[in-house]
Design a protein around this ligand. Structure first.
Ligand code: NAP
Length: 322
């Protein structure tokens, strides 16, 4: 049998990849996680992780952040033997039973199975001014850039969980937050939407579309359109946080089956259409993207990958996923 560098390669170190790494390590696999930035992915931007089961801060009534959870998950995966490298994976190939990943450094690594946990990133609106003012008033992350706009007039675009969550966070920094949504109701979970609707620092503007972002050196105004009347108007503002959905990161696996939005399709064992490639987290086609869901999927993917690797190695697997 051909020797590989590792048994299991995990692409991405968000909650799905980190949980898979922990489970792979506990199953005594040689696990390597490749992450191009720091571990965490989108979970790093969660300020108050109020819905991760059993995860309370030491002070009653408060919650830990996504950053704290990621630190714990990362340490736990290391404790169980997983190793990590910070590199951009550029290509993934399969020959026989062996996967080879090429890194930007020029190195290659071989493994018996792969878990794709590369997540999703914020989708741009692609409107005039958006890219000109990115980093100068246009942002896709409130916890990263919100503090620059303390007390300023801030717009948030989108009607999902991310827009509601981020508007809520920004309302602690400014009493002039305007949440702009193109429809007449939120897509967000009811609990988040209700909180936004009752927040005195947030004005919700339904049936409104952002058409253009204007300014000189930084954002100074927005052109908005009322979608019912078709009337456009210009309004002063200092910052725009765009949270209008996500794009799955699948460039390493162009050949696996995906849904019409580009998310990877798996079976209930998290197996993709290609033998030996498993998938977990926000990059997977799933109706509910949450940290707890990503973690659960990471555990299932690692369990299934373990059974697959045992089969390839000709070893017996205990507790094989059914
Ligand atoms: P999402 O649920 O897909 O919502 C995207 C929102 O942006 C929708 O309201 C959509 O409008 C709007 N939108 C899309 N394209 C637009 C455009 N061109 N112009 C204006 N508005 C546009 O995405 P998300 O909020 O980023 O969340 C992504 C996933 O992460 C979801 O599964 C979500 O549940 C999860 N998440 C969970 C939490 C949490 O539980 N606390 C926090 C953040 C994210 P329509 O409604 O009209 O389609």
């Amino acid at each position: 049998m051909v020797k590989t560098d590792v048994d299991l390669l995990i692409l991405g170190a968000g909650p799905a990849g980190l949980t898979a790494a922990q489970y792979g390590g506990r199953a005594n696999l040689k696990v390597l996680v490749i992450e191009e930035l720091a571990p965490g992915g989108q979970a790093l931007f969660i300020n108050t992780l109020e819905n991760y089961p059993g995860y309370l801060a030491s002070t009653p009534g408060t919650f830990k952040s996504g950053f704290e959870l990621i630190q714990d998950m990362h340490q736990q995966a290391i404790n169980f033997g997983a190793t990590f490298i910070t590199q951009t994976a550029q290509a993934l190939h399969k020959e026989g039973d062996i996967f080879t990943v090429s890194l930007e450094s020029g190195a290659t690594l071989r493994s018996l199975a792969v878990i794709v946990a590369t997540g999703a990133k914020q989708r741009p609106l692609d409107i005039p001014g958006e890219f000109d003012f990115t980093g100068r008033g246009v942002s896709y992350c409130a916890s990263c850039d919100g503090p620059f706009f303390k007390g300023k007039k801030i717009f948030v675009i989108g009607g999902g969980d991310a827009a509601c969550d981020e508007a809520q966070f920004l309302s602690r920094l400014s009493s002039q937050v305007v949440l702009v949504h193109r429809r007449d109701r939120f897509r967000a979970q009811k609990a988040l939407a209700e909180r936004v609707l009752h927040n005195p620092h947030i004005t919700v503007r339904f049936n409104t579309r952002l058409k253009e972002i204007r300014g000189e050196k930084k954002v100074s105004s927005l052109v908005l359109e009322n979608t019912l009347s078709g009337v456009s108007y210009e309004e002063a503002g200092d910052a725009v946080f765009i949270l209008a959905g996500t794009i799955p990161q699948t460039s390493l696996v162009p050949q696996v089956a995906k849904d019409e939005q580009g998310y990877i399709i798996t079976d209930q064992k998290m197996a993709t259409s290609i033998d030996g490639i498993f998938c977990a987290g926000d990059v997977r086609a799933c109706p509910f993207r949450q940290v707890v869901v990503a973690a659960g999927e990471g555990a299932v993917a690692a369990h299934s990958a373990t059974a697959y690797i045992d089969r390839i190695k000709g070893e017996e697997s205990f507790g094989e996923a059914r």
